[in-house]
Design a binder for this molecule. Structure first.
Ligand code: ASP
Length: 320
């Protein structure tokens, strides 16, 4: 009798995708197979020393991930990790926005148990689907004694929610942890840990989630958009967004967060008008290193999409 369980939440993605033509790796539809079927199609999971329990939270291509699903996901993860008989959790998710959901869950919940996001780059109907192995690896990580925090597992590599980024459009090994390097590797069902588990919430994110996910009043999420620096960038997009009521802007600067002078002028105007502005970099590695006298805040090492989540949560926490 197994007295502890691993809870597997399904949200869709390519891991649950099918194509009418076997072997078609591009013309498939994501989010078709229910999580209970994905789990039961993997007899090897029955060897787990934990009982496996699955729940469908959403069924979407992760390009369409939205705040309603994030709210439901945060509620279900918070519910399950609080149960004494739950060892850990796995969440199946599309690869496209996996890093944003992973960062969001770590930021708001900082779970003391493992919450492992996994995915696939090939649909279930591919000649060689990668979802089944990724699922087995994710369950292995969620089963690991001492594991904690939100991580992603893909192609045998374990990434922290803080560092993970999708860096390839097609390869099975589509994620990187950049400069930080992976958290570990899963080899033949065993975790080889290289560094510490993610721990720490982000800013006042836990305050924010109390309002948006657990509060009586489900408030609208603050509007934060991303703009980019590039050759010939100007301030028109920024001014249009400000006129449209944007509350926060993340700019993906070039190099060490550098900005075309015309874009910078518009961002400074926006900031003076009360819009929160954060400067990240469009470089995949490295972080924006602040200089004395910087007027625009840097993203504290977060990529533009994660800096946007952090800024939304910060705005929510202070929205009284
Ligand atoms: N578009 C898919 C998704 O993000 C891609 C994938 O899962 O690989 O849901």
């Amino acid at each position: 009798m197994k007295n502890k369980k691993i809870v597997i939440l399904g949200t869709g993605g390519t891991i649950a995708g099918t194509s009418a033509q076997v072997g078609d790796n591009l013309g498939y539809t994501a989010a078709q197979i229910r999580i209970c079927e994905l789990v039961s199609a993997l007899p090897a999971l029955a060897n787990s020393r934990f009982e496996l329990f699955s729940e469908q939270v959403a069924q979407v291509d992760s390009k369409d991930m939205d705040f309603g699903i994030w709210r439901a996901l945060a509620q279900r993860v918070a519910h399950w990790v609080a149960q004494p008989d739950v060892q850990g959790m796995v969440i199946t998710h599309g690869t496209d926005t996996l890093e944003e959901s992973a960062f969001f869950l770590q930021a708001v919940l900082d779970p003391a148990k493992p919450v492992v996001l996994t995915c696939a780059m090939r649909p279930a109907t591919a000649l060689a689907p990668d979802g089944p192995q990724n699922m087995l690896d994710a369950v292995a990580v969620a089963s690991h004694t001492g594991a904690r925090g939100v991580v992603a597992v893909c192609a045998g590599v374990v990434h922290s929610a803080f560092d993970v980024q999708k860096v390839h459009t097609y390869r099975l090994d589509a994620f990187s942890s950049g400069d930080a390097g992976p958290l570990g590797h899963v080899e033949e069902g065993r975790l080889r840990l290289l560094r510490n588990w993610p721990s720490a919430p982000v800013g006042q994110a836990q305050e924010a989630i109390k309002k948006i996910a657990f509060g009586a009043d489900a408030r609208p999420w603050p509007r934060v958009d991303i703009v980019m620096n590039y050759v010939g960038a100007d301030g028109r997009a920024v001014r249009a967004l400000v006129a449209d009521g944007v509350q926060g802007l993340v700019v993906a600067g070039t190099g060490n967060g550098s900005l075309h002078h015309a874009l910078e002028a518009a961002l400074l105007e926006a900031q003076a008008a009360g819009v929160r502005v954060v400067r990240a970099t469009r470089c995949l590695n490295g972080r924006v290193l602040p200089k004395p006298g910087d007027v625009l805040a840097d993203s504290q090492g977060l990529s533009p999409v994660k800096a946007r989540v952090a800024l939304m949560l910060a705005l929510m926490a202070n929205d009284d």
